[in-house]
Structure formats: C-alpha cells, structure tokens
Design a protein around this ligand. Structure first.
Ligand SMILES: Nc1ncnc2c1ncn2[C@@H]1O[C@H](COP(=O)(O)OP(=O)(O)OP(=O)(O)O)[C@@H](O)[C@H]1O
Ligand SMILES: [Mg+2]
Length: 328
C-alpha cells in the first residue's frame, strides 16, 4: 500500500511499490509529439495482448484529449477518470468498462479540463495504487503527447515504455527531447541518487558552470564527486531502456531512422534503446478509425496487424527470458 504523503520518487511509482498487485507488467505508450499514433498503438497492442489470453486493461491517460475509446471501437463511457479524480466515483472498477474484445477492458480518460499538467502527486499516486488493485494481468497506458512531468512519471512507472515517433524532423526532434527529459526525470526521482539532485538540476541548464553538456559529462562529474555514486548512476542509466517504434513508415530511409536514433542515444546518453519495429503508413488505419472499429478487427489480415502481433510477442518473450535469467 502506498503512502500518499511520501515524496515523489521513482520507487513510489514502480510496480514493486504494490506488492499485492497481480499485474504482471505495465506497458506505457508515449511520444514527444501529438498525432504520431500513440492511441492507435496502445489500442492495437492491448488487443494483441488480450488475444494471447491475458486479461488486459487499456487506460487512457491522455487527460483532457482522451480518444482511446474510438480506437477500441467503443462509445465514450458514461464514467471516466474525470469522475475518479473529482471523487464522484472513487471505485476504479466502476470506471472500467468491458470492450467487445474478449479479455480487454478500458478505463477512459478525462474529457474535461483536468489536464495532465494539473494532476497532483497525490492524484497520480492514488490512480496508480487503484490501477494496481485491478484484477487484470496487464495495463496498457496511452499517454498524452509531450514531456509534462505527469506524462514522464507514468512512462517511467511502466515496466515497458514504448516511445512512438513518425519519420519527420519535428517528431525526431521531440523524441530526443522526450528521451532527455525522461532520462533526467528518472535520475532525479531516484532515491539512491538524492545527493546529486543539485548536479542534475545544473545539468539541465546547458550553460552550467560545471560544464556538464552531456550525460557522459554528468557521469564524469558525479564519479569525481563520489565514485560510489558514479557506480549507482551508471546502474540507473542501464535500467533506462525505452523501446522505440517508428510509425507511418514509407521508405527504407524511414525505417533506418530507428537505427540512427538508437546509436545516437547510446553515444550521447549511454542509453541502450531497443528498436522494436516499425509500422507502415497504411490507409487501413484511417479507414478503421473512420469506421470507429479497431484496426485488428477491421483488417485482420493486414501487414500492420502482423507487425503489432510480432512486437507484442517479442515484448512478452523478452520478459520471459529476463525472468528465466533471474531464476538461474
Ligand atoms: N500507420 C498509420 N498509417 C496511416 N495513418 C495513421 C497511422 N498511424 C496513425 N495514423 C493516423 O494518424 C492520426 C493520429 O493517430 P493517433 O490518434 O493514434 O495519434 P496520437 O499520437 O495518439 O495523437 P494525440 O497526440 O493527439 O493523442 C490518426 O488519424 C490515425 O488515423
Ligand atoms: Mg492519442
């Protein structure tokens, strides 16, 4: 059970904080920019996951601009997270609705003025606590665009963070911004690195006096200050492994963007991003959205559906491999 009065920390948002939770994994789909396909990806990943037989709840955390229900082919539910946050409906199970897809439920996002930026720490913790009490195996969080702290915190709270982008300069630029912001936010929320918080704040300012211009510089300065903290910092950096997904691909050059971002992140941040795949630009997407039907149900034989299923199986397999490594 979480203590709502405790300060914000990475640990207080993570699954380990909810020992009674039956949830196997939380997946979050984020992206630096609007309209890159986060809701489409969340919906179809949630459906693919539910088709493996797991119980899944898709949660629309794009507060204020919720539209995950449309990608899942449901009407706007009567009760949404607006009711939960305003305490009109404190029981999260009553905010949850079943979809027409077996094993898949939906918690719809707020439709009104409660924007992500306005969500208080206590509301965020309360929501995570209640989500972890749900009787499901997986949560799939559809996040709003951008790098507001609440969005970053939900992204970082997940076991699997998928970063979606499209092959356009603005989206690529925002992806780097998202990675950088999530990276520093993660380190700042880490209790074992509490001592270097002032240095992290300083590192965010490009003109800082310690001349920390990159995460590599930060690691150097922290190690110089305390070799022990340097080791801890390196460990935390290694745990940060967002997955990259390029959507609306048209050419091989578009596909290759994933590999360049991965190598830039390794070089500049020391972060091992995983490029989990790409999705073609396909008219089946807008046709299914227009018909308010999930892509997977409307075009079950399309290449995109195959791609979603491959990615979902890959993520599940990776989790199994990690668990078996822990056993031996
Ligand atoms: N692979 C694709 N091929 C064709 N159109 C696509 C593809 N992916 C997404 N779209 C279209 O792009 C638009 C945006 O998709 P979506 O709403 O999923 O993005 P989003 O990132 O959730 O946006 P927002 O930030 O506004 O929540 C939709 O109209 C969708 O039909
Ligand atoms: Mg969306």
């Amino acid at each position: 059970m979480s203590n709502l009065a405790e300060p914000e920390s990475q640990e207080s948002f993570s699954k380990q904080h909810y020992p009674n939770s039956r949830i196997k994994q939380v997946w979050a789909i984020g992206g630096g920019k609007g309209g890159v396909g986060k809701s489409l990806i969340s919906a179809n990943m949630a459906i693919s996951l539910a088709r493996t037989g797991a119980k899944v709840c898709a949660v629309d955390l794009d507060l204020g601009c919720a539209n995950l229900h449309t990608c899942l082919g449901t009407e706007i539910p009567q009760t949404t997270l607006s009711d939960f946050f305003s305490r009109r409906e404190p029981d999260i199970n009553k905010v949850l609705i079943e979809t027409e897809i077996p094993n898949l439920s939906l918690i719809s996002g707020a439709q009104d003025a409660i924007g992500v930026a306005n969500l208080k720490h206590t509301q965020k913790s309360k929501l995570l606590e209640k989500l972890h009490e749900l009787d499901v195996d997986y949560l799939v969080l559809d996040l709003g665009a951008g790098t507001a702290y609440n969005t970053l915190d939900f992204f970082l709270s997940a076991d699997v963070g998928v970063l979606a982008l499209i092959p356009e300069p603005t989206s690529i630029e925002n992806t780097y911004r998202f990675i950088k912001s999530a990276y520093y936010r993660k380190l700042k929320l880490c209790q074992s690195l509490f001592e270097i918080r002032p240095m992290l704040d300083m590192a965010m300012d490009q003109k800082n006096p310690l001349e920390i211009r990159s995460p590599a510089d930060l690691l150097r300065e922290v190690t110089r200050y305390s070799p022990d903290l340097g080791v801890r910092l390196r460990e935390e950096i290694q745990k940060f492994r967002p997955k990259l997904l390029i959507n609306q691909v048209r050419t091989q050059a578009d596909i290759d963007i994933g590999f360049s971002i991965k190598s830039v992140c390794k070089k500049y941040f020391g972060v091992n991003m995983e490029y989990i795949g790409y999705l073609d630009y396909d008219s089946a997407v807008w046709q299914s959205v227009r018909r308010r039907r999930p892509l997977i149900l409307e075009f079950p034989t399309s290449k995109l559906v195959g791609n979603f299923e491959r990615m979902v199986h890959h993520i599940l397999q990776e989790d199994k491999n990690q668990k078996s490594q822990l056993v031996y």
